[in-house]
Design a protein around this ligand. Structure first.
Ligand code: NAI
Length: 258
């Protein structure tokens, strides 16, 4: 427990599972009121500071209703976390136009609407903080995640433009960019391999820290960006990736040096 986000009213999208759930729980333990928005009913939360609101980021009216519910609850909106996302593992050649549209609808259009509507409400009360969940795949390419990476690249540049747009009006906009986190989004790809444990080890070997990221570590980074500790930080990409994007890909061939 801390008072890092004491008295803040926050909305977290995609909060039923994985990273979004960890963010909602972390914010609540830092003193915030959290509206946990998801298309699926989450398992019960332990904290009484978390209220569930069901809806899809694909529906503008659902997002607007969630943000209005948060304002009604807390009197204002202080923090918006645009986290909900989906992943489709396909080569560019195998990705249908419908799949591409689906990825854009959730990962990019949903973030755009969430950001625009949150900013409109924050402007009425003097400001706030918006945290978008990007990915290392917003700054790197992957043969099986071409469409997904395009949406994450979009999230990153939307973050920068929004930071510039709202900077003088008290709204900070940043992105956390996780490397692989062991949530269903990632474990599903291991489960497709003949030996899932080996698939995980092989992935971890590519990370300079020798491991992948915990959802709670992404939540800590989001809490920092949402809080006054980051009062001069806007338009930033905070890589939460155990060093993945710092590494030259050839590094994986070298192995241990020490
Ligand atoms: P997850 O699959 O564990 O959880 C995603 C949550 O979003 C689920 O609760 C799901 O119901 C919800 N959701 C999906 N579509 C929705 C919609 N249309 N409306 C409302 N809620 C919706 O995924 P995870 O891993 O927690 O991912 C969260 C974010 O982190 C995503 O934006 C993802 O792209 C990003 N990310 C994840 C990484 C990973 O390795 N797991 C790495 C980098 C980024």
């Amino acid at each position: 427990m801390s008072d890092l986000l004491s008295e803040r009213t926050c909305v977290v999208t995609g909060a039923a599972n994985g990273i979004g759930r960890a963010i909602a729980e972390r914010f609540a333990s830092d003193g915030a009121r959290v509206l946990a928005f998801d298309r699926d009913q989450p398992a019960p939360f332990d904290s009484s500071c978390i209220r569930v609101h069901l809806g899809s980021v694909e529906n503008e009216s659902d997002l607007v209703a969630a943000l209005d519910a948060a304002v009604e609850w807390g009197g204002r909106l202080d923090v918006m976390v645009n986290n909900a996302g989906i992943q489709i593992e396909r080569t560019i050649a195998d990705t249908t136009t419908e799949q591409f549209d689906q990825l854009v609808a959730v990962n990019l259009r949903g973030v755009f609407i969430g950001l625009r509507e949150a900013a409109a409400r924050m402007l009425q009360t003097g400001g706030g903080a918006i945290v978008n969940v990007g990915s290392v795949l917003g700054v790197t390419g992957d043969p099986l995640l071409g469409a997904y990476s395009a949406t994450k690249g979009g999230v990153i540049n939307l973050t920068r433009s929004a930071a510039v747009t709202y900077g003088k009006r008290g709204i900070r906009v940043n992105a956390v960019c996780p490397g692989a986190v062991a949530t269903p989004l990632t474990t599903r790809t291991w489960d497709l391999a003949p030996d899932p444990a080996r698939a995980r080890r092989e992935m971890e070997r590519l990370y300079p820290m020798g491991r992948i990221v915990e959802a709670s570590e992404v939540a800590s980074a989001a809490a920092f960006l949402a809080s006054d500790m980051a009062s001069a930080v806007t338009g930033a990409l905070l890589m939460v990736d155990c060093g993945l994007t710092a590494a030259n890909p050839e590094y994986a061939l070298i192995g241990e040096l020490t």
